[in-house]
Design a protein around this ligand. Structure first.
Ligand code: ZN
Length: 251
């Protein structure tokens, strides 16, 4: 089974469309949360995401926009974006966001996989460093965890040879590219497909990944998208300008 992994779209419709156009054939889509927040097209992104299937976990920005979380935990810019999003969502989309499940989610057809937004221990926890990954790697009951939240594409593994974080290597800064790895049996992995709509690993291109459960490989992808259009929409919506400029830096 080929599973298309999308995470942290953050209302960036241009980035989502570029990922879907570039994605290889797949049998299922799993969305790891933060569908909304930051970008200017929350309704369009929700509707496009819902049309791809029914496999989701909620992110902290989904909770904030749905009124399920106190905005005191957000920085001022993220808080403004959450309030803007809440105001602009249709009532149907707001209801749908409220109904999203928290992770970990498991699927009968993929028994050795779990899906979370932050960490398997806590949906709002960031897994950024090998130290952060240690506890989830040791305590997870399944070998493969797909997560988001950090907006950094790559993986952590329990294999001592990997010595910490694994990052895909790309040759260009502006073209569509993919980087595939085999996943070893007997090793625990935490794998982040990267952020579709607001990458923070220094690469502005939209990120996603494809898991092949039969071949046991993970393919990381980066695709250019209409950055200018996404930025112009953010500015036209009177969202904080920083949310537009940061997209170009991938930070
Ligand atoms: Zn996010």
């Amino acid at each position: 089974m080929q599973v298309l992994l999308l995470s942290d779209i953050h209302s960036n419709l241009e980035a989502l469309e570029a990922c879907l156009a570039a994605a290889p054939a797949h049998d299922m889509v799993f969305n790891l949360g933060d569908i909304v927040g930051y970008g200017a097209n929350p309704n369009e992104v929700i509707e496009r995401s819902r049309a791809l299937g029914n496999h989701f976990v909620r992110g902290n920005h989904d909770k904030a926009a749905a009124g399920l979380m106190d905005l005191d935990d957000f920085n001022p810019i993220a808080g403004m974006a959450a309030q803007w999003t809440q105001k602009h969502l249709t009532s149907e989309n707001l209801e749908w966001l409220r109904s999203l499940p928290s992770g970990p989610v498991q699927l009968p057809e993929l028994p050795d996989v779990q899906f979370v937004h932050g960490s398997p221990m806590d949906e709002d926890e960031y897994v950024v460093t090998p130290r952060d990954a240690l506890e989830p790697l040791l305590l997870s009951s399944v070998p493969l965890t797909f997560f988001g939240h950090s907006h950094v594409q790559g993986a952590f593994s329990s294999n001592p040879i990997d010595a910490g974080a694994l990052r895909p290597v790309y040759k260009t800064v502006g073209q569509a590219e993919a980087s595939s790895w085999p996943l070893k049996r007997g090793i625990q992995y935490l794998i982040n497909p990267g952020s579709v709509g607001q990458p923070r690993d220094g690469d502005w291109r939209a990120a996603f990944a494809v898991f092949d459960s039969a071949a046991r490989t993970i393919s990381f992808h980066r695709v250019p998208y209409d950055l200018k259009k996404a930025q112009d929409m953010i500015l036209a919506a009177n969202l904080p300008p920083r949310l537009a400029t940061r997209l170009a830096a991938g930070r």
